[in-house]
Design a binder for this molecule. Structure first.
Ligand code: ARG
Length: 562
């Protein structure tokens, strides 16, 4: 639907809030009952009036709006007809200054921190990192589109005993140079080998602990190792981020907070929140039905949660965030509940503005499943395989096309991104190459294909003369469905931001693509009558801009040809 927000803003009334109005709008069954209608029956109780009287009372509120041509109160319904002129104007603006359909300034002056992807050093990117990376990346672009100042933070997992283990493994079975000159998989193999060998030689763990202690103490050799491990991992993830069109403004990870935890621990102590428990320091949370939040181990080591508390303070201080979002799997629900509760007990200034944006798991469909054999599925392999399959499909459908490599990369990677942004975050996903690469499904190749179809029509159609347009040829039947979808795109972007759910955008562009294709199949775009051709080209241009904007908010390329 279009204009629901604008309508709700003027319709709100005693006992009737905007949300209720928005959720009550309906699409009339027949065109003669308007473009949108509001049944007033369920407002009778709160407004203490009969529905026909409510409709009559609301009518004048809508009457003056520029996009409203006519409004009628009929049998308890408010039937609203939109002005075709205004719609036409809006359509033209969607067609020209692009691609930034649905852009707004509503977030101006507000900073949103988004903690996402947050990879662990020395562990290559696996399929489990897909969601946090692309959901976080999409939210980044969506908030930016709405005018917010966004700070993307990669809270690297770059601290912990695994670094001691890696040093031991490097010294025993490799050299620092060899690690430096190899990729992240090589590093990972050393890590895996360590875990195998430690089963028969537990003394390795003592060595690893000793090495980690040297890192903590700032020992030059140990830090040298640490930096190489980090470098190798970062080089590898940078390639993946590039392919997924993901960017960060900060890579301050766990190690960054080494010197920022003590002041927080002191504060907790001073507030009487920190208690000793078997030598460790914890904050008790039984009152809230949670296990204690462990902050310092008996050996003095700090923990993941300690670093998150220091990080929250640091971010508030550094960015003065309006919201700080943590895009992390639901397995960490308890962790964030504990950390947020501790922050609340500390009366942290941003305590009401930290949010865990959780999501479900991604697994591979039967057949490609390999976790049973204990193998991890690397994200790079998934992307490569999707690109390879996309290439085969393109080869079949359009063998003569130029630049197949680039197109296959955009289609393959786009399909993977899309698959993680199609559903509500919390749903688990079963990934299947065939499903995500289906050109006729609810997929990104389908949207990309529709975009390319628009682009091709626009190339053939030539210049659009905006002064010579027969709007009636696009404000009826299938054409009008497309118009409505284009003009309500901005609402979906807002919903996506509000609920932190990129799927509002994903679903909107699929819906628009479907509607446009229906129109395209039923109508020739390039007809002889100038004013009809201009109208249809205008619709095509506005559609293509909207699709391109939507795709770009998800991090997916729009292709002029495919
Ligand atoms: N590195 C962590 C993991 O892979 C995710 C970190 C999320 N961010 C945070 N501030 N805790 O599980």
């Amino acid at each position: 639907m279009m204009f629901e927000k604008e309508l709700a803003a003027v319709l709100k009334n005693d006992g009737l809030d905007e949300e209720t109005v928005i959720s009550s709008f309906e699409v009339p069954k027949e065109a003669k009952m308007g473009d949108i209608c509001l049944p007033c029956f369920k407002f009778a109780k709160v407004m203490r009036m009969a529905p026909p009287l409510i409709a009559a009372k609301l009518l004048p509120l809508v009457e003056g709006l520029d996009f409203v041509e006519k409004v009628e109160a009929v049998n308890g319904y408010l039937n609203i007809f939109f002005s075709k002129d205004i719609i036409a104007k809006k359509l033209i603006s969607a067609a020209i200054d692009q691609p930034c359909v649905g852009k707004s300034e509503e977030g101006k002056g507000k900073t949103i921190c988004i903690d996402y992807s947050s990879v662990n050093i020395a562990k290559p990117f696996h399929i489990g990192h897909l969601s946090t990376t692309v959901i976080g990346g999409a939210l980044y672009k969506i908030f930016e589109h709405l005018g917010y100042n966004v700070v993307g933070i990669n809270h690297l997992g770059d601290w912990g005993t695994q670094f001691g283990k890696l040093i031991v493994a490097t010294e025993k079975w490799s050299t620092l140079d060899e690690v430096r000159n190899n990729d992240e998989y090589f590093l990972n193999k050393l890590y895996v080998r360590y875990h195998k060998e430690v089963e028969t030689d537990p003394s390795l763990d003592d060595m690893a602990r000793a090495w980690f202690k040297r890192i903590e103490d700032g020992d030059e050799i140990a830090i040298g190792y640490f930096n190489v491990f980090k470098e190798v991992t970062m080089k590898a993830v940078a390639k993946i981020y590039d392919r997924l069109k993901i960017k960060f403004d900060s890579y301050n990870g766990e190690s960054f907070y080494n010197d920022k935890m003590q002041p927080r621990l002191d504060e907790l102590d001073a507030k009487g929140l920190l208690v000793e428990s078997e030598g460790a320091k914890v904050v008790n949370l039984d009152e809230w039905g949670m296990p204690p939040c462990l902050l310092v181990k008996a050996d003095g080591a700090t923990l993941y949660a300690t670093r998150d508390i220091a990080a929250a303070y640091y971010r508030k201080e550094a960015y003065d965030f309006y919201k700080c979002l943590y895009v992390v799997a639901y397995q960490q629900n308890l962790h964030f509940k504990q950390v947020f509760k501790v922050l609340e007990l500390m009366d942290f200034a941003g305590k009401d503005d930290v949010e865990h944006i959780n999501f479900g798991m991604v697994s591979m469909e039967e057949g490609s499943m390999s976790t049973r054999e204990g193998r991890v599925i690397w994200l790079k392999d998934v992307l490569d395989k999707a690109v390879e399959k996309a290439r085969q499909i393109i080869e079949q459908k359009n063998p003569g096309i130029a630049d197949k490599d680039r197109i296959a990369e955009s289609v393959g990677v786009g399909a993977v991104i899309f698959s993680a942004l199609w559903n509500n975050r919390i749903k688990d996903i079963v990934f299947s190459y065939d499903k995500v690469l289906n050109f006729d499904g609810e997929t990104s190749p389908y949207v990309q294909y529709t975009y390319a179809r628009c682009a091709s029509a626009l190339r053939k159609g030539g210049e659009i003369d905006f002064d010579n347009i027969d709007y009636s040829s696009i404000t009826t039947d299938e054409g009008y469905e497309v118009v409505k979808s284009i003009l309500s795109f901005k609402d979906s972007v807002q919903q996506a931001a509000k609920f932190r759910e990129p799927c509002y955008v994903t679903r909107h562009i699929v819906d628009l693509a479907e509607k446009f294709n229906k129109f395209y199949i039923g109508h020739r775009i390039i007809v002889d009558e100038d004013e009809v051709r201009n109208a249809r080209l205008l619709l095509t241009k506005a559609t293509s801009n909207t699709l391109k904007t939507g795709l770009s908010l998800l991090g997916i390329d729009a292709l002029e040809e495919m």
